[in-house]
Design a protein around this ligand. Structure first.
Ligand code: AMP
Length: 248
């Protein structure tokens, strides 16, 4: 059994992002980049499934600039076996990513593809669903529990008012939610070992995909800064202050 995990290089979640002066996007100069947190969860889940037995190979794939190699190396240090970097300049929209991933899936024939539920830079929450649509495969999104048995994946999802469990025939697509697991830190020996694991380089053209953006960003703005609070002396004063602000 083979698992493909998708790992995106994004601005580190601890970084306070700054909007560029001309409002065309976020300033990425000298900003720490890391693996998308939901993708760390995807890698961790794949590694746990391999540790349980029955999984022979984990392939980590990233689409992006040359430095996305580092993101793949992190996945390899966590326990993935091999990496594929599909080089592409500039932002690649979810549909183009899904089309490239479809090409990777056709070449690699995995039994399961695990993606994050969303990338924390574009917050699109689209790629896994689009990939499932393009492949015509079953999908279990926002997984908080994943089990494999008898050619099926059992995916538990947190939905309004409870838990929903789906049974998917493999091959299938699963996207990870926050509570699926707690990703491990790669140990130093594993980071060293990861440097020797195979990492293949491809281009979007190898999969016949044009990554030119189809969406136009009109503007990016900073969130409004928080107003200073006021102190109230009683509940009545609080109620009238809320009424005054149109909040009740
Ligand atoms: P999104 O639809 O952009 O919110 O991304 C959802 C998930 O798709 C991410 O958590 C990744 O697992 C995967 N993904 C999106 N973009 C890329 C990329 N450039 N390279 C690898 N995986 C990606």
């Amino acid at each position: 059994m083979k698992i493909l995990v998708c790992v995106k290089r994004v601005v580190d979640y601890n970084v306070r992002v700054r909007v560029k002066g001309d409002g065309t996007g976020v300033d990425l100069a000298n900003v720490k980049m890391s693996m998308n947190p939901f993708d760390e969860i995807a890698v961790e889940e794949a590694v746990r499934l391999k540790e349980k037995g029955g999984v022979d190979e984990i392939v980590a794939v990233s689409i992006g600039v040359a430095q996305a190699q580092e993101t793949i190396r992190t996945a390899l240090a966590m326990g993935a076996d091999r990496g594929i970097l599909v080089k592409a300049e500039g932002p690649v929209e979810p549909l183009a990513v899904a089309k490239i991933l479809k090409g990777v899936v056709e070449a690699e024939a995995p039994d399961l593809v695990i993606l994050g539920k969303q990338a924390i830079d574009d917050d699109a929450n689209q790629t896994g669903q689009m990939l499932a649509g393009l492949l015509g495969w079953a999908q279990g999104t926002f997984a908080s529990k994943l089990e494999l048995a008898n050619g099926e994946a059992s995916v538990t999802r947190e939905v309004d008012g409870g838990l929903q469990t789906l049974s998917l025939k493999l091959p299938a697509i699963v996207t990870t939610d926050l509570r699926l697991n707690e990703p491990r830190y790669a140990s130093l020996p594993n980071i060293m070992k990861a440097k020797k694991k195979p990492l293949e380089e491809k281009s979007a053209a190898d999969y016949g995909v044009d990554t030119k953006p189809r969406l136009e960003v009109l503007s990016v703005t900073e969130p409004k800064s928080r107003q200073a609070g006021i102190k109230v002396g009683s509940v009545d004063e609080l109620v009238s202050a809320l009424k005054g602000a149109g909040l009740v």
